[in-house]
Design a protein around this ligand. Structure first.
Ligand SMILES: C[S@@+](CC[C@H](N)C(=O)[O-])C[C@H]1O[C@@H](n2cnc3c(N)ncnc32)[C@H](O)[C@@H]1O
Length: 381
């Protein structure tokens, strides 16, 4: 047995129940006691072994973190130390199971425990907590259809079965009949997209001139709000499914552009509101090629000659490399029957609908890495 595992076993014997004291222990693996690296035998504990353990412990880490977020435990522990019984009483949960979840929360580094049986937030837990940051918005993306779709990845690859997200019972239907889940999805989307405006500013991107901007599949209008600030005389439209726009009034109000924005419910497979700038931000990757042609053709029909179509996507590198887009691609495949595409694949679908590529901007690089996203600006011909 490795020395780390011996230490863990000794600690477990000394304190079978309740949180274990962890001097300075503020994150998974910081003292080694709870590290999933304990799964590794001595000969396997090298860089490749640690990478593999991390890959295969996601199924434990993610649900524990999501349960802690979903049960409001982070909010209850903000600035306080509480026992499992305190939390269970307040949250209406089972005290024994709550204690076990809290101890697992220590193992993933979100919580720390005191010797008197109380738990508090670790530094990472505070970052995730409701008052400190917004990263917790991503946790709510762990929705049932997404969980199920991702678990079925191997079977999906085996069968090559094509998912139709617009079919009854598909993902968008699910959100339509679960308004609470649609709000969670909108929050996670909003968070995921909210880094983009700052990245666009940093990249020096200026949107093309326009008087009426239509954010097609715009959700709460994260990108529209930024465009309207850059185009102070323009009016805006969010066009989306009704349930997807539930959080838009608050968001647009906070951004100070609500008075210039109209919310139009509808489906982009039927028609799209008229405008001289149509925006498709992270929409096309949700759909197969045939559906993309229909969406873009409806934008072209609603756009004036010389007007613009701005597409934001994880444009795949022409030669495969370790890019975030390839991970998004498998999620698009199993959840929506959609896909990420290369620049040339985008052009081949969009240009025959009445557009020509004007410019391409890479955005969103962190620490000198590859920019994950691209803005593709097309002109209506
Ligand atoms: C991945 S989200 C992107 C949201 C937003 N554009 C962004 O960048 O944050 C895709 C959006 O497409 C919308 N959508 C799905 N089907 C639609 C349809 N048939 N007509 C209009 N919008 C639709 C969804 O409701 C959702 O808001």
């Amino acid at each position: 047995m490795s020395s780390t595992r011996k230490a863990a076993a000794a600690a477990a014997t000394a304190l079978p129940d309740g949180p274990r004291p962890r001097p300075g222990g503020d994150g998974a693996g910081s003292s080694g006691t709870y590290s999933v690296l304990d799964f590794l035998t001595d000969g396997e504990n090298d860089a490749a072994g640690r990478q593999l353990v991390q890959l295969f412990s996601g199924y434990l880490y993610t649900p524990v973190a999501v349960a802690i977020v979903e049960l409001g435990i982070l909010g209850r522990l903000a600035g306080k130390a509480l026992t499992p019984e305190d939390i269970a009483k307040d949250a209406g949960t089972d005290p024994d199971a709550t204690g076990r979840l809290l101890r697992a929360g220590m193992a993933v580094g979100l919580l720390s425990g005191d010797e008197d049986g109380r738990f508090r937030l670790s530094a990472a837990g505070e970052r995730l907590g409701p008052d400190a940051g917004r990263l917790g918005e991503m946790a709510v993306l762990w929705l049932e259809p997404i969980r199920e779709a991702m678990v079925g990845l191997a079977e999906h690859v085996r069968s090559g079965q094509q998912v139709d997200p617009a079919a009854p019972g598909g993902f968008w239907d699910y959100l339509g009949s679960h308004p609470g889940e649609a709000v969670k999805f909108a929050r996670a989307m909003g968070y995921a997209t909210s880094r983009l405006p700052a990245a666009l500013d940093a990249a020096g991107y200026r949107p093309p001139a326009a008087s009426r901007v239509v954010d097609v599949g715009g959700n709460r209008g994260t990108m529209l709000a930024w465009l309207l600030k850059a185009l102070p005389d323009a009016a805006g439209v969010i066009f989306d499914r009704a349930e997807a726009m539930a959080t838009a009034p608050d968001f647009l109000g906070a951004a100070g552009v609500q008075h210039r924005t109209e919310l139009v419910p509808g489906s982009f497979f039927n028609e799209v509101p008229e405008g001289d700038l149509h925006l498709l931000s992270r929409v096309l990757h949700n759909w197969d090629d045939k559906s993309v042609r229909r969406i873009v053709a409806n934008c072209a029909k609603a756009g004036s000659r010389g007007g613009s179509l701005v597409v934001v996507e994880y444009v795949l590198p022409a030669v495969p490399e370790p890019a975030a887009g390839h991970l998004m691609d498998v999620m698009m495949m199993v959840l929506y029957g959609g896909r990420e595409r290369t620049l040339e694949q985008h052009r081949a679908l969009i240009e025959p609908c009445g557009y020509a590529l004007r410019e391409e901007y890479p955005v969103g690089a962190v620490d000198g890495g590859q920019p994950p996203l691209r803005v593709l600006e097309f002109v209506r011909t």
